[in-house]
Design a protein around this ligand. Structure first.
Ligand code: MGD
Ligand code: MGD
Ligand code: SF4
Ligand code: MO
Length: 692
């Protein structure tokens, strides 16, 4: 790999983009090579901390397996080198063929977590919309959108992140920020040093749970019952924020009447948490009001009653009086940079974006398409066929449910183009691979709405024969005839200047302030006192009548998980999939030697009693079946209390075994279309007995 740093020796202040936190880092350079990464103490997000993923970034960026030079798949299935210009000419021609034959909407684009959120994913969206297709997919169909939809239904926005640092009590519902969001864990720790309390709600004793003042080891899928129990407590004790409810609440009585059923005995029986612990939780809450914040993790999205569950948690915070106060859940104002996707949305609705008919709320909130439905269209089982896809910064074959179906759908396409710095399971199916620049090879904006700050990352490195996002979409758009109109900027710096125009911050300001520049230093609290909540009623909606046509109850409801009703004999265990490890990021970073030594592969964590009942030893390879597939995997026996009996945990992001061969894309939340990845019915078999 030919590369050169932008300075020969010295230190560049920039932002880490190994995850979405964008921590402030120093990149140390010696003789034209990045040697080390350290944390910027002056950066508000991380205050000097760098996690292992950030620290090892040089090992990843300079890895010998990094792709350089474009590849084309030949008729015998192998890849051969092709020049960038030829590859883009051929891709453009094939896209025009697809449009002539089946219409523009038969082409699609898909971006993932690696380039999610601001401009990188927006280039892809702008491109595919300018081409004339509504079909823009992202990882949002399995991440974050359900939380956004639920919070938006209640209050018109998602309070992300809560003001952990100033809160008196943080409740983590199915989240382990010690691994998944290190900067949040730092803030929680700082609050605890001042006496703030931490409560963790989780079926597994996670790192965060070990540190917690109170650990509520709930059965998966019963969080809504717990939240409703706390709601009932606040109402019975008359300690909820009655002024807020009277002046700014809508539909409170319906929720209050429904919550009546969630008595301590009923909730203890459903969640598996003792009444004594539930009372302790109520006491802690009482002492912490109103600065009692909740953080709903990914696990609540990965289940079939997720939309309702997250609404109960949002309602609980409102009743605590935590909405938009210091130490509460902020109402962040968007930072209004120029929009990269100004194309008319109504035009696309008429073109039947994939998933719009089934999950209208998803499309209305996200303005993106539902990826799982898109897979059906790629298999010719949709309203119309999708025949082409360009994907970037995602590895859907490992990260989406029903992996074999995803692979089949990708193989069925007439045109599949991959953009990734590495060869992946998904890229391996593509007709063309255009190697992607890493975060150290581009300069992008990042906004931190919670403190109204904008910052710019610096380009550190030039790598030969890789292409950054802007260059790729720009060059392809110019071949297709809409480049002048939609991608007129010469390079990403010109885009950055244009993005910044409305907020009156210059690129030079940002270059000279690596920690970022604040747009507005005045923080107004309780904004709902001076402006209506952006909901249909203008109030906080404890109940939303407009959900009825979607087949959803107006007020949030608890649904008893099926495994509590009857234990199916064919699939007696329930699998939680995808619990984060500190060093891996979905399917990323498996090539880093140091990480490989620490965690060489996936293991299934199982309760000691379940293992004993099956006659399984620690480390033994077992077969695990779900109703759609099977995998083989070594087990790790967990001592009593680390995981609940009857449950098994398997990480995602691995190829061998790929846990998403077990997860089913049809088992979804009916409102948001989110797949069940956390309560999957499975059966474990000893290899010896299953072979006989
Ligand atoms: N190192 C690292 N960091 C990451 C990622 C990564 O892959 N690696 N991924 C990033 C992304 S995209 C995301 S979305 C976030 C996710 O970050 P988090 O939301 O914090 O998710 P996890 O760390 O997996 O923790 C989820 C916890 O929920 C528990 N759980 C499972 N089912 C239930 C349930 O029904 N109820 C409750 N209460 N708990 C349950 C699991 O046991 C687990 O401990 O992490 C981000 N950060
Ligand atoms: N069973 C199960 N499945 C899950 C989850 C779970 O909990 N359980 N979690 C889900 C969640 S929350 C999420 S967010 C998704 C994530 O799903 P994906 O977005 O598909 O996740 P990654 O594996 O991180 O894929 C990122 C790809 O981008 C590449 N990449 C890295 N940097 C760059 C860059 O700068 N540019 C480009 N173009 N590419 C880059 C990486 O090499 C990698 O191949 O996974 C989901 N899948
Ligand atoms: S948490 Fe780690 S990976 Fe994420 S931005 Fe910060 S240092 Fe980088
Ligand atoms: Mo995610």
């Amino acid at each position: 790999m030919q590369s050169k740093t932008v300075i020969d020796n010295g230190t560049i202040h920039t932002l880490c983009r190994q995850c979405a936190h964008h921590c402030g880092i120093y990149v140390h350079i010696k003789d034209g090579r990045v040697t080390r990464i350290s944390g910027n103490k002056c950066h508000h997000e991380n205050m000097g901390m760098v996690c292992p993923k950030g620290r090892e970034a040089p090992q990843w960026v300079y890895h010998s397996e990094r792709l350089t030079g474009c590849l084309k798949r030949t008729s015998n299935g192998n890849f051969t080198a092709i020049s960038y210009d030829d590859a883009l000419d051929e891709i453009a021609r094939k896209m025009m063929d697809i449009r002539d034959r089946s219409g523009a909407r038969a082409m699609s684009a898909w971006t993932g977590e690696a380039i999610g959120f601001l401009q990188q994913e927006a280039y892809a969206q702008r491109f595919i919309h300018a081409f004339g297709s509504p079909n823009f997919f992202t990882a949002d169909s399995v991440c974050f959108a359900l939380r956004l939809m639920a919070y938006q239904t209640c209050q018109g926005y998602w309070s992300y992140p809560p003001d952990f640092e100033n809160a008196s009590m943080t409740i983590l519902w199915g989240s382990n920020p010690a691994y998944s969001h290190p900067p949040f864990m730092q803030r929680i720790n700082r609050s605890r040093r001042r006496g703030g309390k931490l409560v963790v709600v989780d079926p597994r004793r996670s790192v965060a749970a070990k540190k917690a003042d109170l650990f509520l080891q709930v059965r998966p899928g019963t969080d809504a019952a717990l939240a409703l129990c706390l709601i009932r407590f606040l109402i019975h004790e008359k300690i909820y924020d009655q002024d807020f409810v009277a002046l700014y609440g809508h539909g409170f009585e319906e929720l209050a009447a429904y919550a009546e059923k969630f008595t301590l005995p009923y909730v203890a029986q459903q969640t598996g948490v003792s009444e004594q612990l539930l009372v302790q939780m109520q006491d802690l809450m009482l002492q912490s009001l109103p600065q009692c914040v909740s953080f709903a993790g990914i696990s609540l999205e990965h289940q079939t009653n997720g939309f309702n569950t997250i609404r109960t948690i949002a309602s609980l915070s409102a009743l605590c009086g935590a909405i938009d106060i210091q130490g509460g859940e902020p109402w962040n104002m968007d930072i209004q940079v120029n929009p990269l996707n100004p194309l008319s949305d109504s035009q696309f609705r008429g073109m039947a974006p994939a998933g719009y008919a089934r999950y209208p709320l998803f499309y209305d909130v996200m303005r993106k398409c539902h990826s799982l439905t898109g897979i059906d269209y790629m298999l010719g089982k949709g309203e119309y066929p999708i025949e082409g896809l360009i994907f970037s910064g995602t590895n859907p074959v490992l990260t989406n449910p029903n992996a074999n179906k995803v692979a089949k759908a990708f193989s069925n396409l007439d045109l599949l183009v991959a953009r990734d710095p590495f060869m992946t399971e998904s890229a391996g199916l593509a007709h063309y691979i255009i190697p992607a620049a890493s975060f150290l090879e581009r300069s992008e904006l990042h906004v931190y709405p919670d403190i109204q700050r904008v910052a710019l990352s610096q380009k550190v490195l030039d790598v030969e024969d890789v292409w950054d996002e802007y260059t790729f979409w720009h060059d392809l758009a110019h071949r297709l005839g809409f480049g002048q109109r939609y991608f007129p900027w010469e390079d990403e710096s010109a885009v950055n200047r244009w993005l910044l125009e409305p907020i009156g911050v210059s690129l030079e300001d940002l270059v000279s302030h690596p920690e970022g520049v604040n747009i507005d230093d005045r923080v107004t609290r309780q904004k709902f006192k001076t402006r209506p909540f952006p909901t249909p009623s203008g109030k906080f909606e404890f109940s939303s009548a407009h959900l009825e046509p979607l087949g959803c109850s107006p007020h949030p409801v608890y649904k008893v998980p099926d495994y509590l009703k009857a234990r199916a004999s064919e699939f007696p265990l329930r699998m939680i999939s995808g619990t984060r490890k500190a060093i891996y990021y979905h399917s990323r970073f498996h090539e880093i030697e140091k990480f490989k030594k620490a965690i060489p592969g996936a293991q299934a964590e199982i309760h000691a009693d379940d293992a004993a009942a099956l006659g399984i030893q620690d480390g033994e390879i077992v077969r695990i079946f779900s109703r759609i597939g099977e995998i083989s995997i070594p087990v790790k026996i967990m001592e009593n209390g680390k995981i609940l009996k009857g449950f098994i945990e398997i990480p995602h992001g691995w190829n061998e075994p790929n846990v998403n061969c077990l997860t089913d894309d049809r088992d979804v939340d009916p409102v948001g279309g989110f797949p069940n990845l956390k309560i999957v019915a499975v059966r474990v078999e000893k290899i010896s007995s299953s072979m006989s």
